[in-house]
Design a protein around this ligand. Structure first.
Ligand code: NAG
Ligand code: NAG
Ligand code: NAG
Ligand code: NAG
Ligand code: NAG
Length: 393
């Protein structure tokens, strides 16, 4: 009886245990089913969300493409009219403050004139200062710029998309013509220049550069670090670029009066100069004139110098007063030259440097004076000059 009782209670207890287990299994089953369906729900909602994102992305890309096309269309329409709207929204990020006042005298290649100095002044309302962070740790940088002094820029607007000038005269080939894209001529279908320079320092929003071949006021589109792997050692050149540069002159010497002339103007020029002392500046002159910087017409026709200069001024200037100094000099020199008396001028840092070149291409630097508009020209350059001087000091 007792045993039965125990057995009975045992059965009951077992039943309860089984029931509890069954109930808990049921709950576990229900719970896990709920979790599974929740996961399923989440998965499907994630799925549909990513579908949405994908289609949104597709839509966004399509909208962007449509916008670009519309901008291009608009530009195409307005290219015939007056508007100069631009489909590619590039604006210069910086301007070059350089020792080369005019195109004449600006080296034809980078690093040819190691003393050629410039400051690249970042436009802070377009790009933040931090964009320059880390640049100073590179020895050299690439510079992409606009050939802003090209006299045919207006034709670019007019005949956009159609290149008129396919071949250009090459100074190294004594004026022989080559396809423009096989040269570094500034007169290109897209007048964009590529240069390399030595990074001397980064000072606030200015980058101090040397070895530049950039004329003062050059708008800069981009700066990129130069990597040693950018050099291709096995790169080869066409014949006309092999051998010594025929534009190298035999010698550059200074006249006996030169030093005292430089003394006379240095005091005024000093605080505007990128050069700490006269000797440094004189080295710049020597390096610049070590390459025949004359235009092809000047080289060909040295005895018609004045006419050449006048033509060049007409070409360069087109009404702007950028090259006033050259103009004044040519007027000042409006005298009859005897054949062989070939005085040329180059503007550097607001100085007018005059020199002669003989038939053996020996150069004598004759004289130096401040351009009459020196102060207006060098106005606002003090930040750059001070940056250079503190870099030297
Ligand atoms: C700097 O950028 C501003 C804003 O785009 C522009 O108005 C100004 O002319 C630029 N300054 C220079 C020197 O280019
Ligand atoms: C110019 O200077 C060089 C040394 O750099 C000298 O050999 C040459 O004779 C000089 N020429 C003239 C014309 O003074
Ligand atoms: C240069 O001289 C000629 C004749 O002496 C004169 O006719 C001409 O106007 C002068 N040119 C300039 C720019 O002074
Ligand atoms: C020109 O330079 C060459 C090479 O430096 C030299 O041999 C020659 O004597 C120089 N001519 C004159 C006229 O100074
Ligand atoms: C050099 O230029 C200055 C300023 O134009 C002038 O006064 C001087 O006479 C010139 N010297 C020579 C030797 O031509």
């Amino acid at each position: 009886m007792v045993e039965f009782e125990i057995g009975k209670w045992g059965v009951i207890a077992m039943g309860i245990t089984v029931a509890a287990a069954a109930i808990s299994v049921f709950f576990w089953w229900r719970e896990s089913k709920r979790a599974a369906s929740r996961i399923e729900d989440l998965e499907s909602s994630l799925n549909s969300f990513s579908q949405e994102v994908k289609s949104e992305r597709r839509g966004r890309i399509r909208a962007q493409q449509d916008l670009r096309k519309a901008l291009l269309d608009q530009e195409r329409v307005s290219a015939n009219g007056e508007s100069k709207a631009c489909a590619y929204p590039f604006v210069p990020i910086a301007v070059v403050d350089s020792c080369f006042d005019t195109r004449n005298g600006t080296p034809r290649q980078p690093l040819l004139v190691p003393h050629a100095r410039a400051c690249l002044v970042l436009n802070r309302s377009r790009v933040p200062l931090h964009t320059l962070e880390g640049l100073a740790e590179f020895s050299h940088c690439w510079i992409l710029f606009v050939f802003h002094l090209n006299t045919d820029l207006d034709k670019l607007w007019k005949y956009r998309g159609r290149t008129k000038k396919a071949k250009v005269r090459v100074p190294r080939l004594k004026g022989q013509k080559l396809g423009v894209l096989a040269t570094r001529s500034p007169h290109r279908p897209c007048p964009i220049g590529l240069s390399v320079a030595k990074v001397e320092a980064v000072d606030g929003h200015t980058v101090l550069l040397s070895g530049v071949d950039l004329v003062d006021g050059t708008p800069v589109l981009d700066i990129k670090p130069y990597l040693p792997s950018d050099c291709i050692p096995e790169a080869t050149l066409p014949k006309w670029l092999q051998g010594d540069n025929p534009l190298a002159v035999a010698s550059v010497n200074f006249s006996s009066d030169f030093k005292s002339s430089l003394d006379n103007c240095w005091e005024i020029a000093m605080e505007h100069s990128l050069y700490a002392c006269q000797d440094e500046f004189q080295t710049l002159i020597k390096q610049v004139l070590s390459w025949d910087i004359r235009s092809i017409s000047q080289q060909r026709n040295p005895h018609h110098l004045i006419a050449d200069i006048r033509n060049e001024i007409k070409n360069i200037n087109d009404g702007s007063d950028d090259d006033d100094c050259t103009y004044i000099n040519s007027r000042k020199n409006n005298v009859t030259y005897s054949p062989g008396d070939n005085t040329y001028h180059v503007d550097l840092e607001g100085f007018d440097v005059s020199y002669k070149i003989d038939d053996d291409s020996n150069i004598t630097v004759e004289n130096i004076s401040l351009c009459p508009d020196f102060l207006t020209r060098r106005k606002g350059r003090r930040i750059c000059s001070a940056a250079w001087r503190s870099n030297n000091g």
